[in-house]
Design a protein around this ligand. Structure first.
Ligand code: NAD
Length: 500
């Protein structure tokens, strides 16, 4: 199914998926079903099982067996690399099917979904090399009688909880790296966007991943997710989602087995634009950074901080860009901005659009609700005349809402940029490289873009400072996150006896 159909439309019938246990899909059977309606077309598109605690326990047990008997961690890096490479090839072969379900469940434009799926295949291909490169260290400076070896060992069974905004991309920024380390996985996708995770599990089995190394349980965060974060037999949890649930992960880890945590949480990311920037490029980047994925993006550039001398002109330039954005049916290849993924998120964004005006900010443009016959859509909005204490400036809205604050000096720009509980990402636009690099050093964020935004790839790590999370995903840093280090002291020659 890799040939793009000329005119895509939603399916006549929803596709039913099983959850994934020990190498095979398990149909829902007696379990209740969770039906997903396309946020853009308002028709049912998928059904998944509402897994039980017993299902979760079975998935963790399968992952435990697969880890403990070393069927995966005991392989050479080269053998693991072979499976990851094959998985990358199969993702490319099935790209159209994955992108189609990603768009149906999430509401993102099909062209964007296709790009993300291609990026995901790339993640697998890159991580395959890391499976072969991961190694420890040795110390021959301990004197002639002692040799030291440091090994990197996989942490064990990894629980992986992912959100609905980039269901496949976020999954693939983690899974190949976790598998490269030798760990086994129990994944729980968001209950509204589970299809692509279930497709990946099937692909991994087809690629030769041993049974039990990738399991997927489906269902709500409040039951299945909570069960995972409290589980005594999950050694590490990689959670991507809201800061609120991230806090619960920390509490649950403390209450249960002190599982190792990787947390990728919220963001309220600054876009700092200096007057000496290429303002055409910057306006395009700022518009893209807030409208991409309807702003439902942890790294979306939602706080524009712009040098006062160009602030009004630059706001008008961004406005002009945003007013020309093509909002529409995400199955249409020319659509740039699709639907708002969930009803709750739609209500949150509309709430902030109201609140911003009540707090005294001026809605320069957007916030409109285009009538496309069905579905939830919001035109990208800009607020000016904002102050730093307003909720639209402080809170992560997770929608296409940009606020603009002017600055006079570099110090002030940095100070405003750092005035947030988050530290996920930041962009700076200037043609003065000294200025741009000074800003990258002083703003506290895990990812930085200079004269671009939202660039990424498999090589560079992702992750946040401050309340945006702990740890890093992707790149060799991402593989190492899923390992722990063991020290081995080896005595050479005859021991000097302690006892008489
Ligand atoms: P969310 O925290 O509500 O849900 C994320 C996942 O956690 C889902 O699978 C959900 O089912 C599960 N979950 C919910 N309650 C749970 C609980 N009590 N225990 C365990 N799991 C639970 O977030 P969301 O609404 O799906 O996504 C939006 C949020 O995610 C935003 O804050 C956004 O910034 C953040 N996010 C961060 C990144 C990143 O890389 N930093 C990426 C994407 C999204």
């Amino acid at each position: 199914m890799n040939k793009p159909l000329t005119r895509l439309s939603p399916p006549a019938e929803p596709r039913e998926f099983g959850f994934f246990l020990d190498g095979r899909a398990v149909p829902a059977g007696e379990r209740s079903l969770i039906e997903r309606r396309s946020p853009a077309h308002d028709v049912p598109v998928t059904r998944i099982p509402h897994c039980t605690q017993d299902d979760l326990d079975a998935a963790v047990a399968a992952a435990r067996r697969a880890f403990d008997d070393r069927r995966w961690s005991g392989l050479s890096g080269a053998a693991r690399a072979g499976v990851l490479l094959k998985a990358g090839a199969l993702i490319r072969e099935r790209a159209e099917e994955i992108a189609y379900f990603e768009t149906l469940e999430n509401g993102k434009p099909i062209a964007q979904a296709r790009g993300e799926v291609a990026g995901c295949a790339d993640m697998f291909e890159y991580a395959s090399g890391l499976a072969r490169s991961l190694h420890g260290d040795s110390f021959n400076n301990l004197g002639d009688g002692m040799f030291g070896i440091v090994t990197r060992e996989p942490v064990g069974v990894v629980g992986l909880i992912t959100p609905w905004n980039f269901p496949f991309l976020i999954l693939c920024e983690r899974v190949p790296y976790i598998l490269a380390s030798g760990c086994t996985i129990v994944a729980k996708p968001s209950e509204v966007t589970s299809a692509s995770t279930l497709l990946l599990a099937g692909i991994l089995t087809e690629a030769g991943l041993p049974d039990g190394c990738m399991n997927v349980v489906t269902g709500p965060g409040s039951s299945i997710g909570q069960g995972m974060i409290e589980h005594m037999d999950i050694d590490m949890l990689s959670f991507t989602g809201s800061t609120g649930v991230g806090r619960r992960c920390v509490e649950a880890a403390a209450r249960s087995n002190f599982k190792k945590l990787g947390l990728e949480l919220g963001g309220k990311n600054p876009q700092i634009v200096f007057a000496d920037a290429d303002l055409e490029d910057a306006a395009d980047g700022v518009a893209f950074g807030i409208a991409f994925n309807t702003g439902q993006c942890c790294v979306s550039g939602s706080r524009l901080i712009v040098e006062r001398s160009v602030a009004d002109r630059f706001a008008a330039m961004v406005q002009a860009k945003l007013e020309r954005v093509r909002i529409g049916d995400p199955l249409d290849e020319s659509t740039q901005v699709g639907a708002i993924t969930t009803e709750a998120q739609n209500a949150t964004i509309l709430g902030y659009l109201r609140k911003g005006q009540e707090e005294g900010a001026r809605l320069l443009c957007g916030g409109t609700i285009p009538d496309l016959g069905a579905g939830r859509f919001i035109g990208p909005a800009i607020f000016t005349d904002v102050t730093r204490d307003m909720s639209i400036v402080r809170d992560e809205i997770f929608g296409p809402v940009l606020t603009i604050l002017p600055f006079d000096t570099l110090d002030e720009a940095v100070e405003i940029a750092n005035d947030t509980i988050y530290g996920l990402a930041a962009s700076v636009w200037s043609q003065d490289i000294d200025k741009a690099l000074t800003v990258t050093r002083r703003v506290r964020a895990g990812r930085f873009w200079v004269n671009t935004t939202l660039a990424g790839g498999p090589e560079l790590p992702l992750g946040g400072f401050k309340q945006s999370g702990w740890g890093r995903e992707a790149g060799m840093y991402g593989v190492e996150e899923y390992t722990q280090v063991k020290s081995v002291h080896v005595e050479i020659g005859k021991r000097r006896h302690w006892g008489a």
